[in-house]
Design a protein around this ligand. Structure first.
Ligand code: ZN
Length: 284
């Protein structure tokens, strides 16, 4: 990171598994292209549902999920993983939202300052995070997205006091699920006897809602076919979150409907209509 010519990419996400299920293909692809790919993970997924069979050898869900993340980071070839040490907030309305350490309950400025410190320390040209609805409206995803947007500006602001000198990244992207995907799943689920308002392993995702609110423009498409095996191996590390394997659960849906492509909206610099990038470092 001391070499100014090194390409560096930073993903700022909320839970162990976000890095693999969401944009794992993109992270692995850039790592393979000799980019230094870092992850800042805000929590350790403390309130994830875990079958007791996965807990052998671990003292807590956090410990298990951190180990799963480190396994995934190995397959994705990440250059480093950093935790912000907040607590998983759970889905909207759960008592975990109120925990004093819950990410979603923290003041935006405090989380943003922590993220800005990592931006200054790691000096990425490109920063990735969730879209403004956090993909599927998880409160932690939304909280870290807002904090990252703020941190992107703060990091270059000399007025921010920190142990690292100011650094302004060049590009900020949001990982977005194409709206067509949600529409297709909403139509498909009732045929399978499932309720699209109660989607997912914990039945707490309202896909009808996401079709309404999740329509973001797509400015970049990254085809991660060359690293499909690495991405799948990383996803398989999160066995406690997939009921045993990457071929079941949400990952299967994503695979079926999206193929091997991650889609991103460019937040900064603002994208003119019709921008279609195939490389997040394009123009740098
Ligand atoms: Zn998450």
């Amino acid at each position: 990171m001391d070499n100014p010519t090194r390409k560096t990419l930073l993903a700022v996400l909320a839970h162990p598994d976000d890095e693999s299920f969401g944009m794992g293909g993109t992270l692995a692809l850039y790592a393979r292209q000799n980019v230094d790919v870092y992850l800042v993970c805000a929590t350790r997924g403390e309130v994830g549902t875990v079958d007791p069979k996965f807990m052998a050898g671990f003292h807590s869900v956090a410990e298990l999920r951190e180990a799963e993340l480190r396994c995934a980071a190995g397959h994705l070839c990440l250059a480093g993983v950093y935790f912000l040490d907040f607590r998983d907030s759970g889905m909207p309305g759960s008592p975990d939202n109120q925990h004093p350490q819950a990410l979603a309950a923290q003041p935006l400025d405090e989380v943003a300052k922590k993220v800005a410190d990592y931006i200054r320390k790691l000096r990425p040209q490109v920063v990735l995070t969730f879209d403004p609805i956090g993909g599927y409206k998880h409160p932690d995803h939304i909280a870290i997205q807002r904090a990252t947007v703020k941190a992107f500006e703060l990091a270059g602001d000399p007025a921010l006091v920190s142990e690292y000198p100011p650094f302004q990244p060049s590009k900020l992207y949001f990982h977005v699920m194409p709206k067509g995907l949600f529409k297709a799943v909403v139509r498909l689920l009732p045929l399978l006897g499932q309720d699209p308002r109660r989607f997912g392993r914990n039945h707490d995702i309202n896909l009808l809602d996401l079709v309404q609110d999740g329509d973001f423009p797509i400015h970049a498409r990254i085809n991660y076919r060359p690293v499909l095996e690495e991405r799948d191996a990383a996803a398989a590390c999160h066995a406690s979150q997939t009921d045993g394997g990457p071929t079941r659960g949400p990952i299967r849906w994503v695979r079926l409907l999206l193929g091997t492509q991650d889609t991103f909206m460019r937040s900064f610099p603002p994208a003119a209509a019709g921008v279609r990038e195939k490389d997040l470092f394009a123009g740098l």
